[in-house]
Design a protein around this ligand. Structure first.
Ligand code: SF4
Length: 364
């Protein structure tokens, strides 16, 4: 199958593996920022191809996982408001807040509905004019332009019963946050190909210039990931700190200008709280005042929680910062299972705990 088989070619895989192995004279610590890369690395057995001197750390690139408990708690409060239909993506209804989840709120009588897109939520609003339809939106730069487009459509159609509870986040500022914390040695970043298709490569430049950490924007097939690892290790060995694009078939220097233009027509950049990292300056998206009629944050008078407790024993925060792995959690595979998750990293299929559980349950 064109564009798929050619990125799985076993002969090319062997060539690249040998090239990486030949460069591994010492320990290297690389972080795959995004959950899709973490899944690919496990699914294709990439870790097993190299000695333990190549450390591949999982980062904060799972939007479900990094949504903090207070944002989940707020969504639960919104779902309990009179006349509200709370809509969101499937994973989000299972993610535990401090006390409950949207799934439990639904059991208690709240009208919580799973949708595949914000546009589906808008359709629910149009067909239920007497209800207040709120879309609880999480995600990174990949999904937020489509949310912006839906807000634009809602305004054009003069829909009065539709709001977005925006918990959208931006990836590069979170990478800065991790580097500033300095808790974990990161010598190179495997940057997310889908996010970078929207934002381009320029927003990562500060990482190489200010922190001296190389970046390679990677695709998601086995050869993409292997080539990205090779490119990063070469940069480190040659003393270069650059932002390189491996995923050239999708990513351009300046990104997708049309998508970015739509995004920043509707949203402005704001500080945002991340699970495990805390408040990260300029890492979130806030709906602009011109579109405030669609902003749940300014339109609903709930007691917006500022700080919520994480679940006892859950170390998702440490995992998202790359300082722990799921096997370090005493609840992993015992009290916390995909069918009965304690923390968000076990809920999302791109969460580190769910990935380890599926592919490396017994490997410490
Ligand atoms: Fe949290 Fe469960 Fe992962 Fe432990 S195994 S860190 S409780 S999600």
């Amino acid at each position: 199958m064109k564009y798929l088989d050619e990125f799985h070619d076993p002969k090319l895989v062997q060539v690249l593996v040998k090239k990486v192995q030949d460069l591994l004279g010492r320990e290297f610590s690389l972080m795959e920022v995004c959950g899709t890369h973490a899944v690919g690395i496990f699914r294709y057995g990439i870790r097993d191809l190299f000695p333990e001197t190549l450390r591949l750390l999982s980062g904060p690139g799972c939007p479900v996982c990094v949504t903090p408990a207070e944002e989940i708690d707020a969504a639960i409060l919104l779902s309990r408001e009179p006349g509200v239909i709370l809509t969101t993506f499937g994973d989000m209804i299972k993610v535990p807040g401090s006390q409950s989840s949207l799934e439990m709120a639904r059991v208690d009588g709240a009208d919580v509905r799973v949708v595949y897109s914000a546009l589906d939520a808008l359709k629910i609003a149009e067909t239920n004019p007497l209800k207040k339809v709120v879309f609880f939106g999480v995600g990174f730069e990949t999904t937020s332009p489509s949310i912006a487009s839906v807000i634009s459509t809602a305004k054009r159609r003069e829909i009065k019963n539709f709001w977005i509870y925006s918990c959208h986040k931006l990836i590069p500022p979170a990478m800065r946050g991790l580097l500033e914390m300095g808790e974990v040695k990161i010598e190179g970043f495997i940057c997310p190909g889908h996010v970078s298709t929207i934002i381009g490569s320029l927003p990562y430049e500060f990482i190489s210039k200010d922190f001296g950490v190389p970046c390679v924007i990677s695709g998601f097939e086995p050869l993409d990931i292997l080539q990205s690892i090779y490119m990063l290790i070469r940069q480190i060995q040659e003393g270069r700190t650059e932002v390189e694009i491996q995923y050239r078939r999708s990513v351009k220097l300046e990104g997708n200008k049309k998508a970015l233009s739509k995004l920043y027509e509707i949203f402005t950049i704001a500080d945002s709280k991340w699970r495990g990292i805390g408040l990260v300056p300029y890492s979130g998206l806030k709906i602009k005042d011109d579109y405030r009629d669609f902003d749940a944050r300014t339109s609903f008078s709930i007691a917006w929680p500022e700080v919520s407790e994480e679940r006892a024993g859950c170390i998702c925060g440490q995992i998202l910062r790359g300082i722990s792995i799921p096997h370090d959690c005493p609840l992993f595979g015992r009290r916390c299972l995909p069918e009965d998750p304690v923390g968000p990293c076990m809920v999302s299929s791109e969460g580190a705990c769910a990935t380890y559980y599926k592919y490396a349950k017994w490997k410490a």
